[in-house]
Design a protein around this ligand. Structure first.
Ligand SMILES: [Zn+2]
Length: 440
């Protein structure tokens, strides 16, 4: 079949997705499939179609080859060829034969969880978390390390050591690892693979951490802000599995944002999009490190919370004090939560109005009870708004993962690069050629 004819051919109607519990409207489901999962026969199509098939099996598997073909509008021959290659590489596996139907029972194809692994590292001023994830998104090993503002020279041996421990303790080899995702506080210079003047983090400005770490461990390293990494993780195995457009607020020492639009992270013209914490909240407020005044993160971050309940002590002590204060309904903490909710609410309504989101997710490093309480306070304040379209999800959700969400999200970066159908794969940019290498 010619590529032109294939392009013009109407796509088959969407089949019912047993895993999309929230999706009830078939029009919405069809629209989402059309946007994400239709294959093509254009030039450079093989890599794109491979991603379409992987993503379809990941989200909907196990599926027969015929079902993959009907979900993706790819010919059964194309599906069979690509599935064979992925079976040979061990990325897919053959499941059971279905019985009870006429003719030859269909063979089910599914992801092989042990077909590949990825490592995620989240590095911040006060801690490092590392995790090993398999292809199904299941975490196998986690490493936590507390530290105080390490320089790159001090941090690097720990990062290398963590990677080696994660590989060795689970009994996999370096060849099984598709890559390392590194989540860092923003802003980042993605092209250079470094942080850009991170506040209160001496030695890291423009340090080429991506390339240096990659050389030390001989693995591809993918860099992302902690907030976007957590959003990508949520897209991979959390609430975002059946959402195309959502915003993730990452409450950490600062407050970051991760924006998933049309199923992919949106980074903006200079890779600094979604800096939610620097939305102005108080016109005459204190100076912020960004140069503005009264930025939101001065009032709603972990740093602000610790300063309120335990100004004299270390970060580690403060975490325990916050937990204690919450249990005792300490009036300082209750007042802090109220002002945080007051300031957050208009910013969230602005996001909703600008971006027409399916949901906003609260995540990051607040203890779960604090996150839930803040979410409940904001929910009470959110005004009812009209014209929001067909709503499939609550407007606000708490992250699916625990407080290691950034490390888990970082670990999904190499997998996301290999799986996600992207128009830029067709354009064959240098980045996407590199991404195509991710399947080892
Ligand atoms: Zn600011």
């Amino acid at each position: 079949m010619s590529s032109a004819r294939r392009q013009n051919q109407p796509l088959l109607p969407a089949a019912k997705d047993k895993k999309s519990k929230h999706v009830e409207n078939s029009d919405v489901e069809s629209r989402q499939q059309l946007r994400v999962l239709s294959g093509t026969n254009l030039k450079y199509a093989h890599q794109y179609n491979q991603r379409v098939i992987l993503e379809t099996v990941r989200l909907r598997g196990p599926l027969s080859r015929v079902e993959i073909s009907s979900h993706t509008a790819l010919s059964t021959q194309t599906v069979s060829n690509i599935v064979e290659q992925l079976l040979d590489r061990g990325v897919l596996q053959v499941g059971e034969r279905r019985s009870g139907r006429r003719g030859q029972p269909a063979v089910e194809i599914d992801l092989n969880p042990r077909g590949g692994y990825a490592i995620g590292l989240h590095l911040d001023r006060d801690h490092m978390t590392g995790v090993l994830l398999d292809l199904s998104g299941t975490p196998h090993q986690t490493i936590n390390l507390e530290w105080d503002f390490p320089t790159p020279d001090e941090a690097l041996p720990h990062l290398v050591n963590a990677i080696n421990i994660l590989i060795q303790e689970h009994g996999v080899t370096a060849e099984d690892i598709w890559g390392v995702g590194l989540a860092l506080p923003g802003p980042l210079d993605v092209a250079a693979g470094s942080m850009m003047a991170p506040p209160n983090f001496p030695g890291w400005d423009q340090f080429p951490i991506r390339d240096t770490l990659s050389q030390r461990v001989n693995l591809p390293v993918y860099l992302e802000t902690d907030a976007t990494a957590a959003a990508v993780g949520e897209r991979w195995f959390g609430h975002g599995r059946d959402m195309q457009d959502f915003f993730y607020i990452f409450f950490g020492v600062g407050v970051g944002g991760g924006m998933i639009l049309d199923g992919k992270p949106y980074r903006g013209a200079f890779n600094t999009a979604a800096m939610f914490g620097h939305i102005p909240a108080e016109p005459n407020g204190e100076r912020c490190v960004c140069g503005g005044r009264g930025c939101l993160e001065l009032y709603i971050s972990l740093a602000s919370l610790y300063e309120t309940v335990n100004p004299q002590h270390s970060v580690q002590e403060s975490a325990n004090v916050v937990a204690q204060c919450f249990e005792n309904k300490d009036p300082r903490l209750m007042a802090w939560l109220d002002q945080a909710a007051d300031r957050l609410t208009p910013a969230l309504v602005t996001l909703e109005n600008l971006l027409n989101l399916e949901a906003i997710i609260f995540g990051g490093r607040f203890p779960a009870p604090i996150l839930d309480d803040l979410l409940a306070r904001v929910s009470k304040r959110l005004p009812d708004v009209q014209m929001r379209g067909l709503q499939q999800h609550p407007r606000l959700l708490r992250m699916h993962a625990d407080d290691s969400s950034a490390a888990l999200g970082a670990a999904t970066l190499p997998l996301f690069e290999a799986f996600t159908p992207s128009d830029s794969v067709m354009a064959k940019t240098p980045n996407d050629q590199a991404a195509g290498m991710a399947i080892r």
